[in-house]
Write a protein of this length. Structure first.
Length: 441
């Protein structure tokens, strides 16, 4: 902020005028007589008043000739107005006694381009409160628990306290559309991520979500140890700030901390995204889970980046996630339980939907599985003879979508990881599916 004050100091009239009228050719007596006559009270008053009038006229000229300029001149006009009224108030009472100087903010391109978190002073950044909702695990016997005796129970939705007001945008997965004053910005920024990042920015990072599991899954809410821990791997390129941070916050708040060995973030050479540098590094330092941030100097693509992250992971399993997701309660437990039963199982979750324009949570289909065409294109197909009698039982699938899945880390290495000749995405899921089936024969 630049604050312009109405007050100021005034130079003494004798020193100012003396420098202008002194002449070396005059005698001392002549000087004294001229000075005595020239510096009469009326003459001084007239000179000062005339000077002030001309100052006011000049400032008024600049003020009124610039009033139709572009909005970028508003700060300049306000400075002129403050100077004009400030001088007038103190010396000539040109403005009313109620005048108060304005506080002027002169915007710059640099300040406008930064993200919300980056703009805030470090000491004023709100620290997110994280909660391990699974920390009250029970044991099979009294006393201290070993890993074999841990029982993880998915908490009931109504036993959890929503930290946010229920009328906040997007709470409980409700749709949120941009208000009128944000509609133009919403349209303009849509190409950044191909979803409405302006809507996402209005939604809390820790927004509450409903429990949309079917009744069969809700009936299976207790998981006995030992469950393997996991390294969560998230690769991103130019990801939106709020969607990436909300992904991390949802993981922390809806996953047993004991089961998260580490989170590995890999920035695949993002460009023109200042918030993905120092602000992101500062944010992950606040997380209660060990989090590693890797950066590619040159863009490698999704597949090579996943392989790079997997090579440094040390968890018992790998959990691959996209960078714009929100996990729900119990999400990881069902996946790890299947790997606990068979280390050569690759497990995919039901993928629910967040709408691109309103971030509304919609329940994903449960009667479909992954297949492929003879052109090697992945597709979803209806399951013939599907019964909803027990939707908690895993379904064997020919292929998987590939964006979100869990796999034993050593088994991932045994399969040869990914073919790094695949640069982006769209074929790696079929590759991993075929490898898994062939290895199981």
């Amino acid at each position: 902020m630049t604050k312009r004050s109405g007050g100021g100091t005034q130079s003494s009239s004798s020193s100012l005028i003396g420098r202008i009228t002194s002449k070396e050719t005059m005698s001392p007596n002549q000087n004294r007589r001229i000075e005595s006559k020239f510096f009469s009270h009326d003459r001084i008053h007239t000179i000062i008043l005339t000077s002030l009038i001309w100052i006011i006229i000049i400032l008024s000229f600049f003020l009124f000739t610039n009033q139709f300029n572009s909005s970028g001149q508003c700060a300049q006009d306000s400075l002129i107005k403050n100077a004009l009224c400030g001088i007038g108030q103190v010396l000539t009472r040109f403005c009313t006694d109620s005048y108060q100087s304005e506080q002027i903010f002169i915007p710059t391109l640099k300040s406008q381009s930064k993200s919300t978190i980056e703009n805030l002073p470090k000491e004023n950044i709100l620290k997110m409160k994280y909660n391990d909702v699974y920390e009250q695990e029970t044991c099979q016997r009294n006393g201290e628990c070993s890993d074999d005796e841990l029982i993880f129970e998915i908490p009931d939705q109504f036993s959890q306290i929503n930290p946010n007001p229920s009328n906040w945008p997007g709470e409980m997965g409700e749709p949120y559309l941009p208000p009128k004053h944000l509609e133009e910005e919403s349209k303009r920024r849509f190409p950044e991520n191909m979803f409405d990042i302006v809507v996402s920015d209005q939604i809390a990072l820790n927004r509450a979500m409903p429990d949309i599991r079917n009744e069969h899954c809700k009936a299976h809410s207790r998981f006995h140890g030992p469950l393997p821990n996991t390294s969560i791997i998230i690769v991103f390129h130019n990801e939106g700030n709020s969607t990436l941070l909300r992904t991390l916050v949802s993981i922390i708040n809806r996953t047993p901390w004991k089961l998260i060995h580490e989170i590995i973030l890999l920035d695949d050479a993002s460009v023109d995204r200042e918030y993905l540098h120092e602000p992101l590094e500062r944010f992950i330092k606040t997380l209660p889970i060990p989090t590693i941030l890797l950066k590619n100097e040159k863009r490698l693509g999704l597949i090579s980046s996943r392989v790079k992250a997997a090579k440094i992971a040390t968890g018992e399993t790998l959990m691959f996630l996209d960078s714009h997701v929100e996990v729900l309660n119990g999400w990881l437990l069902y996946l790890l339980e299947e790997i606990q039963k068979d280390r050569k199982t690759i497990v995919c979750p039901i993928i629910d939907v967040l709408t691109w324009d309103a971030f509304q949570l919609l329940q994903g289909a449960t009667d479909i599985f992954g297949t492929f065409s003879w052109k090697m294109i992945f597709r979803w197909s209806k399951i013939q003879g599907f019964s909803i009698s027990n939707q908690a039982v895993p379904i064997q699938t020919p292929t998987m979508a590939g964006g979100l899945y869990a796999i034993n880390r050593l088994y991932f290495e045994e399969l040869g990881m990914y073919d790094e000749g695949i640069k982006i995405w769209g074929g790696e899921n079929l590759e991993m599916s075929f490898k898994c089936w062939i290895n199981s024969i």
